[in-house]
Design a protein around this ligand. Structure first.
Ligand code: FE2
Ligand code: FE2
Length: 222
């Protein structure tokens, strides 16, 4: 009885965790398409920076595919979580006052201060992701699932290369790498996700599963 309860607890914990991750990975690579557009327009002569953002986008898609495979092997779809579980969604909303979908790419391209702000938000989000994955790899429940450990080890390896390009670009331009307000916002978003959002998702067993994969309509070019 106790073992059954413990197993159910761990399975739910991992299900919530993987569902939140797959949402964030998908959000990450789809949003990076517009970041790439802005980087190509603003830094057309900086091919190294453009290549790093392209690699960042490819990595986030790879992470998404790893979690998708994880669920395919389990024969189920992830829990249907929305943008309230997205660190980058909440960060953009707090800093830019609009959703990611409503973010004006043209304004980001023509206004340097918005482009710099976007670089800082991505950098802080990725630094947060790097710290989080280190914590998760020490977590006993995560360690009980060898497939998830393999996935998180790949994410851990990739993560530094996701924030360094934006940090490097800001430093090279002699710009601030983060404001006090941005650091506090990142901190509070993380706390509210960990202490309120995720526990409420864990206990809310009525949360439905996705009806289809988020990338179901994507056209993948060979
Ligand atoms: Fe990722
Ligand atoms: Fe990342």
């Amino acid at each position: 009885m106790w073992n059954r309860l413990k197993r159910a607890f761990c399975q739910r914990y991992l299900d919530v965790l993987a569902s939140v991750y797959i949402y964030n990975e998908h959000r990450g690579y789809t949003s990076l398409d517009r970041v790439l557009e802005a980087v190509c327009a603003r830094c057309a002569d900086n091919s190294a920076f453009i290549a790093e953002v392209q690699k960042h986008r490819a990595d986030e898609r790879k992470h998404y595919m790893m979690f998708k495979r994880y669920y395919e092997l389990r024969g189920t779809l992830p829990l249907s979580v929305d943008r309230t579980c997205g660190h980058i969604d909440r960060f953009i909303e707090r800093i830019f006052g609009c959703t990611i979908d409503d973010l004006d790419t043209d304004a980001v391209i023509v206004r340097p201060e918005l482009f710099e702000q976007l670089c800082r938000v991505i950098m802080l989000t990725e630094q947060r992701g790097m710290k989080q994955v280190e914590i998760l790899l020490r977590n006993r429940i995560v360690r009980s699932d060898p497939t998830l450990v393999r996935i998180f080890k790949i994410i851990e390896r990739d993560e530094p290369s996701h924030w360094m390009p934006y940090h490097g670009w800001l430093v090279a331009q002699d710009k601030l790498t983060a404001t006090w307000r941005e650091r506090m916002t990142d901190f509070w978003i993380h706390k509210s996700l960990m202490l309120a959002k995720l526990p409420s998702l864990f206990v809310n067993t009525a949360t439905p599963r996705m009806a289809r994969w988020p990338d179901a309509d994507e056209v993948v070019l060979a």
